[in-house]
Design a protein around this ligand. Structure first.
Ligand SMILES: [Zn+2]
Length: 384
């Protein structure tokens, strides 16, 4: 690996490894070699089927951590792509490939930024620390990934003071968005119990399909909370509905719904489930049901502080765009990291093509993102 690699070279090397979650296929070996050459101490952490990597340079001062993942989602039909999804071809200044934005491009920019920063600051590790927390299980179930690495860090009393997560956060151009928080996510299943019967004798049955329509309507129109200055109101979305076995003459006995809450800190998982129960218990005539919820992630917010200021200012300086802090969008591993690291911010590439066919990134954006990351380090750790 050359001393001053370009983020494009690194991104191409990573994309050419088809690390569909949770397979690693050598991504983390590539990162390890790179970081070792920069003087980092490596802690490869394999949990279950998943390869994770924690690497740290320095043992004292503030610990700044770049966090991300090297796994990608499936490419889908390769023939639908303009260029093969794992070939990492560049056409007219655009790098095409699975993971270009989500988030091998971001990881490449972090590595290149670290190399450039340390090149100018060979004494950095005498005062402060730089670390990488990279998982191979963000796109999958995410149980043997960042969560387990954080447990490991806690057991070692290893602290993260600042964490910059390089997930794609921008909409239309690099710099227009950063995430300083995320909504919580609560999954659930609601089963309505009726009574099975013959369609010709409905008086002898209780059809849960007929009961569910007004129930869904009332629940989705209910205001679970009003959100707050940083978060939109909690939203409930039903994601699946299933009843019956396909017989035209049978009224089904049960109906199963699945749903997801994206919730603001104004609500809690227990409180949301209770609100659902309160409303279901008020149904006339009474409805028999079973309800389960499962927490997927708590909300977090980094309301201010040095990291958020450094990221905002660096984005502005390098891209000329003032980023709008947001808590919208899906979840990311930042929800776990923020429980241990009070200053957690996400900034990365454009999200327009992530998980799609022809995922692509402008080569110029990779270079600009690298400069933003380097500038964040320079802002937080000015030369003594
Ligand atoms: Zn991602």
């Amino acid at each position: 690996m050359p001393q001053m690699p370009s983020p494009l070279e690194l991104a191409i090397a990573l994309i050419q490894i088809p690390s569909i979650t949770p397979q690693d296929r050598g991504c983390q070996a590539l990162l390890s070699e790179f970081l070792q050459n920069l003087g980092f101490t490596l802690y490869p952490l394999r949990f279950g089927e998943v390869d994770n990597l924690y690497a740290r340079l320095g043992t004292q001062g503030k610990n700044f951590c770049f966090a991300g993942h090297t796994d990608v989602v499936t490419a889908g039909d390769p023939a639908a792509w303009r260029a093969p999804p794992f070939a990492a071809e560049v056409h007219d200044g655009i790098l095409i490939g699975r993971g270009a934005n989500d988030m091998k491009g971001g990881v490449a920019a972090m590595l290149a930024a670290a190399a450039r920063f340390l090149h100018h600051r060979p004494d950095f590790a005498q005062h402060d620390s730089l670390s990488f927390l990279i998982t191979g299980d963000e796109e999958g179930v995410a149980t043997d990934g960042t969560v387990r690495v954080l447990e490991w860090l806690r057991a070692r009393s290893e602290r993260l003071d600042y964490c910059l997560v390089g997930e794609p956060t921008c909409m239309n151009r690099l710099g227009d968005g950063l995430k300083n928080g995320r909504r919580g996510s609560l999954n659930g299943e609601l089963i309505l119990h009726g009574r099975q019967g013959h369609v010709a004798y409905p008086q002898l049955a209780d059809n849960p399909i007929h009961r569910v329509a007004p129930i869904i309507d009332r629940l989705v129109r209910h205001r679970f909370d009003a959100g707050n200055a940083h978060f939109p109101a909690t939203s409930l979305q039903f994601t699946n509905i299933q009843a019956g076995d396909g017989f035209h003459n049978v009224i089904p006995g049960t109906l199963r719904l699945t749903f997801n809450f994206r919730f603001s800190p104004e609500s809690t998982p227990v409180g949301l489930e209770q609100q659902l129960r309160d409303r279901l218990d008020r149904e006339v005539p009474p409805v028999s049901y079973t309800l389960h919820t499962q927490l997927s992630g708590l909300p977090f917010l980094t309301e201010g502080g040095p990291l958020l200021e450094a990221v905002s200012r660096s984005v502005q300086q390098i891209t000329g765009v003032t980023p709008t802090p947001s808590t919208g969008g899906g979840t990311s591993d930042a929800r776990f990291i923020a429980l241990d690291c009070p200053q957690t911010v996400e900034f990365g590439l454009l999200s327009a093509t992530i998980h799609q066919v022809n995922e692509q990134v402008a080569v110029a954006d990779l270079e600009q993102l690298t400069r933003v990351y380097e500038q964040v380090l320079q802002t937080l750790f000015p030369a003594p």
